[in-house]
Design a binder for this molecule. Sequence first.
Ligand SMILES: Cc1cc2nc3c(=O)[nH]c(=O)nc-3n(C[C@H](O)[C@H](O)[C@H](O)COP(=O)(O)OP(=O)(O)OC[C@H]3O[C@@H](n4cnc5c(N)ncnc54)[C@H](O)[C@@H]3O)c2cc1C
Ligand code: FES
Length: 477
Amino acid sequence: MSMKANLGDTKRLSATASLSSVVLFFIILSLGAALLITVYAAGAYLTHVIPAVADKTVSGVLIAQWIGFLIIFLAFAQMMMWFLNSVRHMAYEAHQHRLSIMEWEASVQLAMQRNQTKQNELLSWSGWRKFEIKRIEAENSAEDIHSFYLVPHDKKPIPAYQPGQFLTFQLKIPGQSTPVVRCYSLSDSPEYEAEQSAYRVTIKRLSAPADQTDIADGLASHYFHTLAVDAYLDVKAPSGAFYLDMNDVKPIVLMGAGIGITPILSMLNAIVATHSHRDVWLFYGVQNSQAQIMQQHLKALDQKHPNIHLHICYDQAQTEEQLGVDYQQAEHISIELLQRLLPHKDYEYYLCGPLAMMNALIHGLQTWGVAETQIHWEGFGGKQVVVPEQTTDLAEAWVTFGDEKIRWTPGSGTLLELAEKHNIHLDSGCCAGDCGTCETAIRSGQVTHNNGSQPENGLCLPCVAYPKGDLVLDVSH
Ligand SMILES: Cc1cc2nc3c(=O)[nH]c(=O)nc-3n(C[C@H](O)[C@H](O)[C@H](O)COP(=O)(O)OP(=O)(O)OC[C@H]3O[C@@H](n4cnc5c(N)ncnc54)[C@H](O)[C@@H]3O)c2cc1C
Ligand code: FES
């Protein structure tokens, strides 16, 4: 409203200024022309009627002519100034117009966002909801990674999510006495979900090393790979704080290694689906083409979108794989690689992958001078492992889990880690304070959370919590 009023005032002022310039120009021009005509007429008359004064008159006429020319010149100068002023005003008005369009677009965007958030709140659910597997697709030639397409059994609409968020599953795995809870990132863009009314997760089957027969295969990931279309799953609503802000326009560097590519893929697909022109550098670290997922899809995006710079990094390339064709870098993703390829360091960085890579990259980026607020990351094994906790200022304490009393020291880690070390079972999912699976009631005492989580009063998230003095938790065995 205020911008529109200002714009109107500016237009009125500039119109008045232009009109007065034109009027002034014509007055001066008329004066100059009138003077020239008078001088010519008077000169001609005097030379003709009184030849004796002809010489003097000629020089008088010349002077008067020069004055006339000067006045005309001034009129043209005035016109030039008027013209330049008009150009300046037009540029200013165009700028103001662009600003008001941008302001209008931003307010529409904000309204849409508010509407979407409201819609999501209405469509979201608490606790577990039944989903059905609609489709299963192998994603790599080794066929140990599959995408599972999930639709709600009740066929009601599902909420949108932010690219990078995950679903939490409660799996009733044969042979397990309690349900197994695991988180899996949503691997496609929210726009895909909206079109298909389906969620997609992409899961890698984790097998124990062939030479270590005492180690079991990954429980949940193996179970997923035994499921067929039409199987039912209990699923919590999308959640997670690691996601791409789609309203931001800053250029981004996306880095995913191994199966850590899934939330990164969701971000990339969201950029493409929303026709964003944001500059995107994608680094995907993987052994070789057998382990790589969605090769054709990534290649096609790279070829079609000039704002996407794809760098597939193979560290175990096979002889038939061609550098520059199948992959772009024959090395791990590292800070040296980023420094070599990126034109500058002023990006928002998003990374997900094995702990060693994340530790090295987060540390490398910080040393390079990238602000901590520009580095976003998620570890599939829990956040607290990547960032060392500041627990040294906490005093030793007694923690009671149900009827078991255990000594906590600053080296014990989170309450979840303490419980696991003493074979006390607590449900867990993300291990990052995001999914709420480990939420536990506090009978007495206080805790501090390491990632800023603030559960409701009387509750804590043991995966990211530490005791502040003696603590009693409501845990039943
Ligand atoms: C936010 C988030 C998002 C995630 N997104 C994805 C995703 O998109 N895709 C995906 O595939 N995964 C994802 N994960 C990881 C996923 O949640 C599981 O952690 C993963 O599938 C392994 O679970 P599992 O039950 O199969 O393995 P687990 O049974 O938990 O075992 C893990 C590993 O330990 C080994 N192991 C088992 N017993 C022992 C032992 N005694 N000693 C040593 N090793 C042992 C197993 O062989 C296996 O390799 C995500 C995790 C989080 C937190
Ligand atoms: S395990 Fe997800 S919040 Fe604790």
